[in-house]
Design a protein around this ligand. Structure first.
Ligand code: CA
Ligand code: CA
Length: 445
């Protein structure tokens, strides 16, 4: 898929890109330099002034220890350290890429502006491709209800690829507006705001997507979220549909000693808390969660979060969550009225060893078929090639895609092989299997 995507980019690249310029940023650089390989810039912020659509900025490896003096802009409550507001064009993205084979780490432990949220990268531009940046150590300085963020998006058609966002107090990736953005092969882990409110980190999700009206077509693929103090993926208060495809969530809601912190859902599919009916979008968006894996999250692996419509839940695998599948909805006109899930479409889902397997589902009001609970099938260890959880937080493949391991892949002869419904995705054998891994098939996205 990634190869196809790159090929498509090459084929749609206009000739003007033949004159594209390459700039360099390095730890020992200087913004008074011309930005060449031998005489690099010091900051991405300065590189942005130099680029035009189609240009590439290579970020050399090493640790960039960021300082408060580098804050590009303070707006409202946000201190934006790097502020990307220059756009590329279709077929001529502005690229900010890790230099091949090197790891540029941006460390924010010294950036503590009093009474501001820290946003490491605020992105208002469009047609921007960020790849291979490692973001660590983001701080929270506000004691009351707040959050900091590694990346906040408002532009359109951006690609966030192979970003690692970890060991800080911030949300990893956060979207409030913008359409057709792709968040691809990113990892958010060990993020916990222990400073604000009650120190439980109840806002620190791995990935948050809360699009405003008209911000459509945002897709998460191949991402992982683990040990974030709140949820792995959260799309509460979304006015448009969001897609989570081939993403993994593990151990969210826990600190690394498995101490209890925030909400702790793997995938939180929508919801509007207790907002009154006149604040709810019409129609209420339906989110898609497919081919995702959710393991040992504190609360629910897959959670409808009091949503006011059904979601599409296809071929997901849940393991050892307190609640593997929790489809809780609420009523539009009575914000206090939680009801068993309605209007959900669920196919080919698989769960094992949940504290509870399935809760809050009104079967008569949903479109259900070929899920393990419909079929009355109970898994055993023998259904799976491996249940070794260390495999899923291991290194990614060379092209950045998810690790190819035996974790929760079905054994030949498993009762879940060929028990699924054909819903239009590729499969091997007579029919699709249950869960996110198809026996003999590729976990491709
Ligand atoms: Ca959350
Ligand atoms: Ca099959």
């Amino acid at each position: 898929m990634i190869k196809k995507l790159l090929l498509a980019l090459i084929l749609t690249t206009p000739f003007s890109v033949a004159f594209a310029t390459t700039f360099y940023v390095a730890v020992n650089g200087n913004d008074a330099n011309p930005g060449t390989k031998n005489s690099p810039f010091a900051t991405i912020q300065h590189a942005q002034d130099a680029v035009k659509p189609g240009d590439t900025v290579y970020l050399r490896g090493g640790v960039y220890r960021m300082s408060e003096s580098q804050i590009a802009r303070k707006e409202r409550i946000n201190a934006c350290v790097t502020y990307l507001d220059k756009s590329g064009k279709p077929g001529a993205y502005i690229n900010y890429f890790a230099y091949p084979g090197e790891k540029p780490t941006f460390d924010y432990q010294d950036v503590k502006p009093a009474d501001f949220r820290v946003i490491a990268f605020m992105v208002y531009g469009s047609y921007i491709h960020l790849k291979g940046l490692d973001v660590i150590g983001i701080q929270v300085t506000i004691k009351t209800h707040t959050q900091s963020e590694c990346f906040e998006n408002h532009g359109d058609n951006n690609i966030y690829e192979q970003l690692t966002m970890h060991d800080g107090m911030a949300i990893g990736f956060y979207l409030l507006s913008g359409s057709n953005n792709l968040i691809l092969n990113c990892d958010a882990y060990r993020n916990w705001d222990y400073f604000s409110e009650n120190g439980k980190g109840g806002n620190t999700d791995g990935f948050g997507c809360h699009p405003r009206p008209g911000s459509k077509g945002n897709v998460f693929k191949g991402d992982r979220a683990w040990f974030n103090s709140d949820d792995g993926y959260d799309c509460i208060n979304s006015h448009e549909s969001v897609t989570f495809d081939h993403c993994w969530a593990m151990y969210n809601g826990f600190g690394t000693d498995f101490q209890s912190l925030g909400d702790g859902n793997g995938f939180k599919g929508g919801g509007f808390a207790r907002r009154p009916a006149n604040e709810i979008p019409n129609p209420v968006p339906q989110h898609t969660i497919q081919f995702c894996l959710s393991v040992r999250n504190k609360a629910s692996g897959f959670y409808a979060n009091h949503h006011i419509n059904g979601n599409f839940w296809y071929n997901n695998t849940a393991y050892r969550n307190a609640n593997n599948f929790n489809m809780l909805n609420r009523l539009l006109n009575d914000p206090a009225a939680d009801v068993p899930g309605y209007s959900h479409k669920m196919r080919n889902n698989l769960g094992y060893k949940g504290g509870r397997e399935l809760t809050n589902l009104d079967n008569s009001k949903c479109d259900l078929a070929n899920n393990y609970f419909d079929l009355g099938l109970t898994a055993t260890d023998n259904d799976f090639m491996s249940l070794d959880e260390s495999l899923i937080v291991g290194p990614r493949q060379k092209d950045g895609s998810l690790p190819d391991t035996n974790f929760m892949k079905l054994r030949p002869g498993s009762q879940f092989v060929d028990k699924g419904a054909d819903i239009g995705f590729p499969f091997t054998g007579k029919a699709p299997d249950l869960g996110c891994f198809e026996l003999g098939g590729k976990y491709a996205y």
